[in-house]
Design a protein around this ligand. Structure first.
Ligand SMILES: C[S@@+](CC[C@H](N)C(=O)[O-])C[C@H]1O[C@@H](n2cnc3c(N)ncnc32)[C@H](O)[C@@H]1O
Length: 258
């Protein structure tokens, strides 16, 4: 199994830039649902650890764990953050005996084919008053042609792994049988320059080796997309013609009477 957008140092740097922008929004979401002291928190699909660091800053949990199936990302995370626990783990599989007060996922479920089963697995790892915080992509809206094209190709790439880029759209039906404390969407405006800087590394990197991409567009069109993204990255304008819609859900475990 592999992560659609790669596990290279370049991919890690891309995730750092994305985290730098989204961490304040995610942090507010987490704080809105934390009422008690968190002893143990877990970041599912932690990547190189940037969401894990944000999770620690928001919760000040005694123990923070990051799980990811990428050995490369887990190595980067371990080198950067000595105080957290990072483990190589497929988060769709049994997570073992450890129980968490808080389980968090961001930009992960877009890469998981069966999200209901994954959430169910996580629920088994919650303490009795524990909660799952889901912070996932619901939509990206734009009228800028190069962004639209990029998103069409990214959607196809994710679909080729049986997953859904805009997984937030499927979330309401996936959580039907759970106790839901909060469920809302937040639309976030992103500057064109910023979005281009997140898109460019994929268009210039993994796309060229991807059979799926090469079946959709030719080499010259890939080069055109790269060129347009570079132009937008270098543009001094502060225009924001693209929005991210994030789906935010808090699921809580049933409190059992003593
Ligand atoms: C877009 S990155 C998000 C990283 C981090 N959550 C953040 O917000 O910065 C998605 C991560 O999920 C990981 N991933 C995808 N499927 C996984 C699975 N089944 N088990 C564990 N990790 C997985 C990938 O390796 C990648 O690091």
């Amino acid at each position: 199994m592999k992560y659609t957008f790669g596990h290279t140092t370049l991919a890690a740097e891309r995730l750092r830039r994305i985290a730098e922008f989204f961490n304040p929004y995610s942090s507010r979401f987490i704080l809105s649902g934390v009422n008690d002291k968190i002893i143990s928190a877990c970041d599912m699909g932690c990547g190189p650890g940037y969401s894990t660091e944000m999770l620690y800053e928001a919760t000040k949990a005694n123990s923070i764990t990051g799980l990811d199936f990428s050995e490369d990302f887990i190595c980067i995370a371990k080198e950067k953050y000595n105080d957290f626990i990072f483990q190589k783990q497929d988060v769709t599989k049994n997570l073992g005996v450890h129980k968490y007060d808080l389980i968090y996922s961001r930009f992960l479920l877009s890469h998981i084919p069966d999200i209901s089963s994954a959430i169910n697995t996580w629920k088994n790892s919650l303490t009795k008053n524990g909660k799952i915080f889901i912070d996932e992509l619901e939509d990206i809206n734009t009228e800028v042609p190069v962004f639209k094209k990029y998103l069409q190709i990214s959607g196809s790439l994710v679909k080729s792994q049986d997953a859904e880029l805009f997984v937030g759209k499927k979330m309401d039906s996936a959580i039907k049988s759970y106790n839901v404390e909060n469920n809302y969407s937040e639309v976030i405006k992103v500057p064109d320059r910023q979005a281009s800087a997140w898109f460019y590394p994929n268009a210039a990197g993994i796309w060229s080796e991807s059979e799926v991409v090469n079946n959709i567009i030719g080499r010259s069109e890939i080069l055109q997309i790269q060129k347009k993204l570079l132009e937008l990255m270098d543009n001094e304008s502060k225009e924001s013609r693209i929005t991210w819609k994030m789906k935010r859900i808090i699921i809580f475990n049933k409190i059992t009477k003593p």
